[in-house]
Write a protein that binds this ligand. Structure first.
Ligand SMILES: *Cc1c(COP(=O)(O)O)cnc(C)c1O
Length: 324
């Protein structure tokens, strides 16, 4: 089941994903805030994927992908390379579906993330990120053990799974004029675009990237897939160096625009979520709100949806953001 041999995902795949996820993933809350309405001069709705299982929307794509494995794939198990939310999403999905999981992580990954991944039942293999190539290691391990490698965004089943968050959002708030979605490799954005095209074709979907890593914006504006060096930003879930071969054409066809937010604007948004909405959000998870507020999109008087993508942040790091 290599991703290259599968057709690109469609809205029908998002609908099937939603059926697989029913009763397994949380149908996360949609929250309002008077203060957010005042700040943006409009009505704002927040879909809280920071409260999804494993703390991010990535559980949706991971579970949707693993639940379509053949019996043989299930027996051999799944392999992923990630130091972040994809690792935990794959680890929990594998446990729920009763298959082995191997996660390849840099040896200097935060101890809490490694521990969380192990707690979900995955085996963790570490590598030195300065001297070893994680893709080469992962491919070798996958080959040796017959495991199926699942990438974090550029896979049709992953994209379809991620699209279920926007599907739920639009079912609950059908008349959004704008939907803001953060962008790393573009899996969440591509899935959100498929759902929006089907359910709310007049709703404009805007991607938000860290200012230091605006490869997606450059790609959209130049019409070609632009690759950049790993960007330096506190939004560690959006450090992908480029959009994907599968995500980019969907984004190119359907996205209104991609805007950016600075690290300072992300910190401001984290404080807003903590203080006003009592929500723990990770820096990457705050991109959509920061982009809606500062990305020069005229949302005045429009009905605005914000997808909060995740809430996994090391607590001492989080405390520093709030205290700065
Ligand atoms: C992975 C991730 C993203 C980026 O998602 P893509 O599908 O790669 O664009 C954004 N926010 C959080 C919390 C994530 O874990």
């Amino acid at each position: 089941m290599s991703n290259a041999s599968l057709p690109p995902p469609t809205y029908a795949d998002v609908v099937s994903a939603a059926q697989r996820l029913a009763g397994v993933a949380h149908r996360t809350h949609v929250l309002r805030s008077h203060m957010a309405d005042t700040l943006l001069g409009t009505q704002v709705f927040f879909k809280c994927e920071n409260q999804q299982r494993t703390g991010s929307f990535k559980f949706r794509g991971a579970y949707n992908t693993l639940s379509q494995f053949s019996d043989e794939q299930r027996e051999r198990g799944v392999l992923a390379f990630s130091a972040g939310n994809h690792a935990q999403a794959i680890a929990l999905s594998a446990r729920l579906l009763d298959m082995p999981a191997l996660i390849v992580m840099p040896e200097d990954a935060p101890a809490t993330k490694m521990a969380a991944t192990r707690e979900y039942g995955a085996q963790v293999v570490t590598y030195n990120r300065y001297t070893e190539d994680r893709e080469a290691i992962s491919h070798r391990l996958a080959q040796e053990r017959g495991m199926t490698l699942v990438p974090p965004f550029d896979h049709p089943h992953v994209i379809a799974g991620e699209g279920t968050a926007a599907k739920e959002f639009l079912e609950e708030v059908p008349d959004l004029d704008y939907l803001f979605v953060c962008v790393g490799g573009g899996g969440l954005l591509a899935g959100s675009l498929l759902a929006t095209e089907a359910l709310a074709p007049s709703c404009r979907v805007v991607g938000v990237e860290p200012e230091a890593g605006n490869d997606g914006q450059q790609s959209l504006r130049s019409g070609q897939l632009v690759q950049i060096p790993t960007p330096h930003t506190i939004a560690d879930g959006a450090q992908a160096r480029s959009l994907g071969q599968i995500t980019f054409p969907i984004i190119q066809r359907l996205a209104e625009d991609i805007v950016t937010a600075t690290d300072e604007q992300l910190v401001e948004a984290l404080r807003f979520f903590a203080e006003r909405m009592k929500l723990v959000v990770e820096p990457t998870g705050a991109l959509a709100f920061a982009g809606a507020r500062h990305g020069n999109v005229d949302v005045h008087g429009a009905k605005v949806g914000i997808l909060i993508s995740g809430g996994n942040v090391d607590m001492s790091r989080y405390a520093r953001f709030l205290a700065d």
